[in-house]
Design a protein around this ligand. Sequence first.
Ligand code: ATP
Ligand code: ATP
Ligand code: MG
Ligand code: MG
Ligand code: MG
Ligand code: MG
Length: 271
Amino acid sequence: MANSEYEYVKREFEFDRRLPPSNWIVVRIDGCHFHRFSKIHAFEKPNDENALRLMNACATAMLEKFPDIVFAYGVSDEYRYGIRHPLIFVFREETEFYHRRESTFSKILSLCVSYFTSVYVMKWKDFFPNKELKEPPCFDARAVCYPNLKTIRDYLAWRQVDCHINNQYNTCFWMLVKSGKSEQAAQLALKVGTFAKDKNELLAQQFQINYDDEPAMFRKGSSVYREKVETTVKIDDYGTPIKRPRLKVTVAHVDIIGPEFWENHQHILRE
Ligand code: ATP
Ligand code: ATP
Ligand code: MG
Ligand code: MG
Ligand code: MG
Ligand code: MG
């Protein structure tokens, strides 16, 4: 850097505070004004499958681009509770880009959100070949540090519990609206019975829907991580395929609250 008389503006004003030790970073990305964005692009309610698949493709691209991201979790959210549409990226401790400086922290955040956004725009036509992108989407991003494996696991469990509650509510709400109720009347109808069982009963009795038969992507959200897969690397002279284990980015719609998933995927989150 040239050492001019103006250099003091960096030296004296750019702070580099140290962040607490032993941390995992969670970066949360949320679509700005997606209530409106989903309306002007006529997303299906409550869950537009193509829009969710586009989000998943962006998350996959993120894991392919940034080796330090170990896990991502995304869900479709619900505006009435004002709960976010989190796409959560978990960075490994001692990550390459993270040297515990606050400026590096904001670098991670800005890299994530700008890369995610440009992939969203680039891939739009793959998921909506007949729909024009009418305005440039934008996303906000926030980062939080978590001290250990338990808090990361609890954080993800919290998001998946929310996904379930919101999706169950939304499924009822939109069934009522599509059957002719006004949005206000549907809201009111759902106010009285707040127990999960009531909502499942409502779906079964009024609409002959078994909630458990709804697509797993809507009920469980989307988890993105690297999975070991046997890949053919070449065919030898005798025509026999030579296989090697490779890590491939995978999207799954599974329970991440209980211990089973984590016991079967111990390589993802290591203390
Ligand atoms: P903010 O800018 O504060 O985040 P927002 O309008 O994006 O405002 P959210 O709480 O993030 O508010 O809610 C997201 C909105 O986008 C919800 O209204 C939700 O229904 C809609 N939405 C997002 N993804 C989908 C989808 N795949 N299908 C249908 N609707 C969706
Ligand atoms: P980093 O990721 O660390 O920022 P970088 O390669 O982007 O790495 P910078 O210090 O930001 O490094 O330098 C930007 C580079 O891009 C320079 O090499 C500069 O010559 C080139 N560049 C940027 N804008 C232009 C432009 N409009 N015309 C020609 N070259 C450009
Ligand atoms: Mg927001
Ligand atoms: Mg939003
Ligand atoms: Mg949201
Ligand atoms: Mg640069």
